[in-house]
Design a protein around this ligand. Structure first.
Ligand code: UDX
Length: 434
């Protein structure tokens, strides 16, 4: 089997590399010549644990290659995956499909023989129909099918999510395409991974329904955490107490400063738009979007309150800037709301993130970036923990206390133990815990 992966962003690069690990010949294509050049030198465009080794191994084995030449990659491929970006369109929040459609046109011009065109990018319901129409128009006689095969990769654990998924979803009505897809996922069949075959439109909707459900679960526990603070209850015990009910499930009930990242904010918004367009508004998801947006901003108020009602002239040490640990991704990170709000309230902000600072400097230019955690804390009026990197969990609390000017810690990820923090002499504020 031979496949072409169009787009070497997060999804394309991880999926292409993992398919090659499954023994399939993969050519990854990108328009960005510099990116391809760097990939040839085994320099990854993203930070993802284990990816560079896996790329190197498969390149060495001759199963994985990188090119800017889409035509050559698509020619003779059994399947061509579209894994280009679908960002939120400025102004209306709909998914911007221009990259997907442009890729479809180029694929149409380059494919030879029967080809399965697979959309891996997250695309609104009906996009597969449009991709099919674009290709059919340019190549009326071509033999091809368009399949939806959404990804469920979490940044930071994307390789494991691809290799050992809870399920694979494949949307197609065509038997011939189904046979090719089965062959591509042969390795997962062997380990008895559930494979959900369904219609293309259903598959497209599964992706959005999954992500918006998870965003709802997080937002639910975040609001319960707020209530816990008011009534003197512990949100972790609530999460455990409800999560042990198999119908609810334990995962994605960790409270925090609001969800961010490249998927949840964009996908919730896009589904809200689609649902409105089709006259079936999703009022729960609309509320989730609104509650999450407000929550990120409210986190700055929490810091101000912890600092006695004003942060004007105070120095605030922020640990963690990325939307979650083990990534350098800053997209829709809560830090992008919290830090500007603190600055607007007159604070001086110092920050450190293990992987995200290069990106953060572009988005939050006028704060001080430090070399490590203790350097960030030195002389600050309080510590605000925004992202739960392991190295922040492992900080020496006595050293933290000695470094800070006043021992105030606002932990937006609940990584520390309240009793231990109190014993060490901190004024400790976390999320939804007495
Ligand atoms: C998500 C989906 O999990 C994945 O299936 C999809 O394909 C892409 O989007 P990702 O964005 O990488 O993956 O991160 P994820 O681990 O799901 O976290 C998303 C956000 O929710 C982060 O901001 C995280 O901090 C937050 N979160 C997650 C919580 O606040 N609480 C939780 O319990 C879980």
């Amino acid at each position: 089997m031979r496949i072409a992966m169009i787009g070497t962003g997060y999804v394309g690069l991880v999926s292409g590399t993992c398919f090659s690990e499954f023994g399939i010949d993969v050519v990854c294509v990108d328009k960005d010549a510099r990116k391809i050049e760097l990939l040839h030198e085994n320099v990854m465009p993203i930070y993802e644990p284990g990816l560079d080794e896996l790329v190197a191994d498969n390149v060495k084995a001759g199963r994985l290659s990188f090119t800017t030449d889409l035509k050559a990659a698509v020619k003779d491929a059994d399947a061509v995956f579209i894994a280009v970006g679908t960002p939120s369109r400025r102004g209306d929040g709909h998914a911007d499909l221009s990259y997907v459609y442009a890729a479809a046109e180029e694929i149409a011009d380059a494919m030879t023989g029967y080809t399965v065109v697979v959309t891996k990018s997250t695309v609104p319901v009906g996009t597969g129909d449009e991709v099919e129409a674009i290709i059919r128009k340019r190549r009326p006689d071509a033999e091809f099918d368009v399949v939806s095969n959404p990804e469920f990769l979490r940044e930071g654990s994307a390789i494991n999510d691809f290799m050992r998924p809870d399920r694979v979803v494949i949307g197609t009505e065509a038997d011939r395409a189904r046979a090719v897809m089965k062959q591509l996922y042969r390795v997962l069949y062997l380990i008895e991974t559930p494979i959900v075959f369904t219609s293309r439109r259903t598959s497209e909707l599964i992706k959005y329904a999954g992500n918006t459900f998870l965003a709802t679960k997080i937002t639910f526990i975040n609001e319960i955490a707020d209530l816990c603070e008011k009534v003197g209850a512990n949100v972790h015990d609530v999460a455990k107490g409800i999560g042990l009910d198999g119908r609810i499930g334990k995962k994605f009930l960790h409270p925090g400063p609001g969800y961010g990242g490249s998927c949840f904010p964009k996908d919730t918004l896009a589904l809200v738009k689609t649902a409105r367009d089709f006259g079936a508004p999703l009022r729960i998801i609309e509320t989730v979007v609104d509650v999450n947006d407000k929550r990120k901003k409210a986190m700055a108020d929490k810091v101000v309150a912890a600092c006695g009602g004003s942060v004007s002239g105070k120095t605030i040490a922020v640990l963690g800037l990325t939307f979650k640990p083990n990534t350098d991704d800053m997209r829709d990170s809560p830090s992008l709301d919290i830090v500007p709000a603190l600055k607007a309230a007159g604070a001086i902000v110092k920050a450190f993130d293990p992987e995200g600072m290069e990106e953060a400097k572009k988005l939050l230019p006028d704060i001080t970036y430090c070399d490590d955690s203790y350097d960030t804390l030195a002389g600050a009026d309080c510590l605000v923990l925004v992202t739960e990197w392991n190295e922040f969990r492992a900080l020496n609390l006595s050293k933290v206390k000695a470094a800070l000017k006043s021992p105030v810690v606002i932990d937006l990820r609940n990584v520390y133990d309240p009793a231990e923090m109190r014993e060490t002499g901190f004024e400790y504020i976390s999320i939804g815990r007495p």
